[in-house]
Design a protein. Structure first.
Length: 326
């Protein structure tokens, strides 16, 4: 997931780098009284904003959170999964220090990489105080967060970034999507038997699936997939934040190498933009919320493009429960 966005934000902040409703209205909501100027944000929700600061203006002396435009979607709560567009600029400097707008992906036309986060959990791209500003806002909203680097970023500020704790930063965040999914959620329904040559999946409730590789069967050289449980929810679209439970094993020895159940349960990632391995992008776009999908992914569509990965030469087998989309 080495996007330019992640590289740039990593240079700005000393944090680790490792998954809609139209806006409406123009009412402004400000948290906290301040002396000084608040940046003006021009442009429509979903499009790259223009942050305007009057020349020689003094920045407000306290952190300001402002709803620039209010969406008409559900109110975002702590624990929700959110899909965000964002940009950050230094006061009176119109060059973005990081952001999602303008990033390109070869995976799908018309979509671009965005941040998919869970409120209440550490973000890989956004400072905690900026991410928390989304709570209580509606999906489809555009939010401005303005404050000093010391106040918003704190100890995570990278001294090599050239920024001082007293420098004012302006963030603009669009809440592109949101989903409420319990961390222990799982696909429900009768599970189909595996097709010929496909692994067997046994998925006990609230635990990682057990996936058994067929004995004596060579690993397929092409992507294989089967819907084991058919969901009735909406179709997954490229660019959405897909919320899922998953378990992955290696075809070669049947050993588990990862599972969402080992990391606190349901997780989310953007699908169809190259944020995950190609096999997931190719297979999961177009599936339905509520599906349990069995995937067999050859190295070329897995980690084969990354020779340094321990799984670069492995055929990967996943059981994926699609729980929601943001």
């Amino acid at each position: 997931m080495n996007y330019n966005t992640k590289r740039r934000i990593a240079a700005l902040f000393a944090v680790p780098v490792l998954l809609l409703t139209a806006a409406c209205g123009s009412d402004s909501e400000k948290d906290g009284a301040s002396d000084g100027t608040v940046a003006e944000v021009k442009g429509k929700f979903g499009a790259q904003p223009d942050v305007v600061v009057p020349k020689d203006a003094k920045a407000a002396d306290k952190t300001v959170i402002e709803t620039v435009t209010e969406g008409s979607g559900a109110t975002v709560k702590k624990g929700d999964f959110v899909r965000l567009d964002w940009t950050v600029e230094k006061w009176q400097d119109d060059k973005p220090l990081g952001g999602t707008w303008g990033q390109q992906t070869p995976a799908a036309k018309g979509v671009h990489p965005q941040s998919v986060e869970r409120l209440g959990q550490p973000s890989q791209q956004l400072p905690e105080k900026v991410l928390n500003a989304v709570e209580g806002k509606k999906a489809g909203s555009r939010i401005l967060v303005q404050g000093t680097a010391g106040e918003l970023v704190g100890e995570s500020l990278n001294p090599q970034s050239g920024l001082k704790a007293t420098d004012t930063l302006v963030w603009v965040v669009d809440v592109a999507g949101a989903a409420t999914v319990d961390s222990k959620a799982e696909a429900k329904g009768a599970q189909a038997a595996p097709e010929a040559g496909m692994p067997e999946v046994k998925a006990p409730s609230q635990a990682a699936a057990t996936i058994t590789i067929p004995k004596g069967q060579k690993a397929p050289t092409e992507l294989k997939q089967q819907v084991l449980i058919k969901g009735t929810g909406p179709k997954v679209e490229a660019g959405q934040g897909l919320v899922a439970q998953y378990t992955g094993v290696k075809w070669e020895d049947g050993k588990k190498f990862d599972s969402s159940w080992d990391h606190g349960g349901a997780t989310a990632f953007q699908i169809g933009t190259g944020s995950v391995i190609q096999g997931w992008d190719k297979a999961l776009v177009g599936k339905n919320v509520g599906d349990r999908v069995l995937l067999v992914i050859p190295p070329a569509l897995g980690y084969g493009a990354n020779p340094s990965s321990e799984l670069a030469k492995n055929t990967l087998v996943f059981s994926v429960d699609i729980l929601g989309v943001a």
